[in-house]
Design a protein around this ligand. Structure first.
Ligand code: F6P
Length: 609
């Protein structure tokens, strides 16, 4: 593999060092292809045909051209690049009132040209089409990736395995509407004849983070909040008894509806929590209450039935919806419809569909998710900046970063290409974030003067709240947004020793007060945060992440990396169970390594049960 033989660019950026792998760690692409082809179903071959001509992407001239271009970019500074108003104009993009300003990225028109060529070499267009056309691009699980169908209009036609899936999607949406209308109106009554005003959604990972993100975004939106009066929506994700206690605190069984959300209906944490909450319900209301107080969202209706929930009270989705991409299925739509009404949830779907259309149709030069993805690849892989800070300037988006963290890191945190050959570069990025201005008083010190962390700032023209104190210099929202504008420039332009001396800063403090600047960011500005724009934001990120995976040549839609820990936890569970039931406090010494045995024995000797 050519990239393995390449010396790393001479660079001042320490993050770029050591991104290559030892050649011994790589297996030949051809051997890997043969193994993969023999082991997996024929449908894998469709995607492999696309990949065939490009494996590995890092050995192509287009990749090499970008590597060479790094030296050129390292001679530039954003302070100077931002003086060019023509460049800024060209890097400003708009789709349906969503503005994206890429002028604070360390890119020039040449960088973009080279990235478009890389996209062409990676067959980005073809891969996007393959996704929308229901091809089995999740090759290791032999599945289509069609979360975009979840938000398609009723009359759309999107096929998976020769079948239009849109009617099935809408059959479930219609069922959600009918059910949520009945619950909200009080027509659906609990075991004691009372209306169900409170909902606890039990689920984890993709069956939790997306719905929590959207609920948090809508809670203070005047339109949505108006629909939620007198209702509560809570989430229970962690198997920690503390989370159970917090989720149920103050709720009454007779007015509570429990939604068990699990794609597989086997996830250990969710199933244990579901059993715990079922006991909480039935101890108070009797076993028959399950029929009125528990419903499910799953692809596994057989296990839903075995659990004791009537399949008539279950809301289906399909194996072509990845867990972390499932917020637009019943996973998100049911809890949101129960809380805010189906109309609000539908607006959210429409927003996501709006950006999906833009993503599929707009030329790359004007395609916001594509540009977000390409600049992400540029920052991560070529400039060697391994993280991304997601910085919304609204408290209502406080759960965006945790959600995107899963979507991005579970999707793109991979070590091998689609064909199984080991990547000679690092894919994926470390995503984290916090709303501004809170983050400014936390980790911004590091991103201004420590490591370079590319940032995505998200601002709103209009706040969800209209708090304006007369007599103040600016309103709360103006104050918030002043920071949104200022931070991006502070990161880009920095502050030089010359400027500091002009301010009579003593020499001894100049190194401490200098800001090197040249730190990249993108600014997204939306008119306001509504159900529709929340959907737009979701689709921007989901599709941005897909672009990155398509360019890196990885499968962004499987998650084998979560399996090993689950298997080991099962082994530990069996031993803990054996110790508890036999009332013995010491493990046999041959089960685990010495370290784990010692830790477990300390735990078992304690009182926790
Ligand atoms: O974290 C691993 C994972 O498999 C996620 O991909 C998924 O969203 C989550 O667990 C929950 O899975 P399920 O919806 O099947 O309970």
């Amino acid at each position: 593999i050519r990239a393995l033989a390449q010396p790393q660019h001479a660079t001042t950026n320490p993050a770029r060092k050591g991104v290559g792998l030892k050649s011994g760690a790589a297996i030949s692409a051809k051997a890997a292809r043969n193994v993969a082809a023999a082991a997996l179903a024929p449908t894998m071959m469709q995607m492999q045909e696309i990949e065939e001509s490009i494996t590995q992407i890092s050995s192509t001239p287009e990749w090499k051209a970008l590597e060479d271009h790094v030296t050129e970019i390292e001679r530039t500074h954003l302070r100077d690049l931002l003086r060019d108003s023509g460049r800024s104009e060209a890097l400003f993009h708009e789709h349906n009132k969503v503005l994206a300003d890429f002028s604070r990225q360390r890119i020039t028109s040449k960088t973009l040209e080279l990235l478009y060529k890389l996209a062409e070499r990676a067959k980005l267009k073809e891969k996007i089409e393959a996704m929308f056309n229901g091809e089995h691009i999740n090759v290791t699980e032999d599945r289509a990736v069609l979360h975009v169908a979840l938000r398609a209009p009723r009359d759309a036609v999107i096929e998976a395995d020769g079948k239009n899936v849109v009617p099935d999607v809408w059959a479930v949406l219609d069922k959600i509407k009918a059910f949520s209308d009945r619950v909200r109106s009080g027509e659906w009554k609990g075991a004691t004849g009372k209306a169900l005003t409170d909902v606890v959604a039990i689920g984890i990972g993709g069956s939790f983070l997306g719905p929590l993100f959207v609920h948090t975004a809508l809670r203070t939106d005047q339109g949505a909040a108006g629909q939620a009066k007198g209702r509560q929506l809570r989430f229970l994700a962690n198997v920690d008894p503390v989370d159970v206690a917090r989720a149920l605190n103050g709720l009454k069984q007779e007015t509570t509806l429990v939604v068990v959300v699990s794609k597989t209906f086997t996830t250990a944490e969710t199933m244990l929590n579901a059993r715990t909450v079922r006991t909480w319900l039935t101890t108070e209301l009797g076993t028959a209450a399950v029929a009125k107080h528990m419903v499910a969202v799953s692809t596994n209706l057989k296990l839903v039935k075995e659990f004791g929930i009537n399949p008539a009270n279950a809301f289906a989705f399909w194996d072509w919806v990845g867990g972390r991409y499932s917020v637009c299925s019943a996973v998100g739509v049911l809890p949101l419809a129960l809380q805010y009404g189906f109309g609000v949830a539908e607006k959210f779907l429409q927003g996501a569909h709006d950006v999906d259309q833009h993503f599929r149709q707009a030329p790359f030069e004007d395609n916001i998710p594509v540009l977000l993805g390409l600049t992400g690849v540029w920052n991560t892989t070529f400039l060697g900046y391994s993280s991304l800070a997601i910085l919304p300037y609204t408290q209502a988006l406080s759960k965006l970063a945790p959600h995107i963290q899963q979507v991005s890191m579970e999707s793109n945190g991979k070590g091998v290409a689609t064909d199984g050959s080991r990547l000679p570069f690092m894919a994926g990025e470390i995503d984290f974030g916090e709303p501004g201005t809170n983050g400014q008083h936390s980790f911004y010190q590091l991103i201004h003067q420590g490591r370079v962390v590319p940032c995505e700032f998200i601002g709103l023209v209009k706040s969800q709240q209209s708090v304006y104190l007369k007599g103040e210099v600016v309103s709360n929202h103006d104050e918030l947004m002043c920071n949104f504008f200022a931070q991006a420039d502070a990161l880009a332009t920095g502050k030089t020793p010359v400027e500091l001396r002009a301010e009579n800063v003593p020499d001894s403090l100049i190194p401490h007060k200098t800001f090197t600047g040249n730190r990249p960011s993108t600014s997204l500005l939306l008119p306001e945060l509504t159900a529709f724009t929340t959907g737009q934001i979701l689709s921007l990120y989901e599709n941005r992440i897909a672009v990155q995976g398509f360019i890196w040549g990885i499968n962004s839609f499987d998650q084998w990396g979560v399996e090993l820990g689950k298997v080991l936890a099962s082994q530990v569970r069996a031993e803990v169970h054996a110790c508890r039931t036999k009332d013995r406090n010491v493990l046999p010494s041959d089960r685990f390594n010495a370290s784990t045995t010692r830790l477990l024995n300390r735990y078992l000797a304690g009182k926790a049960r």
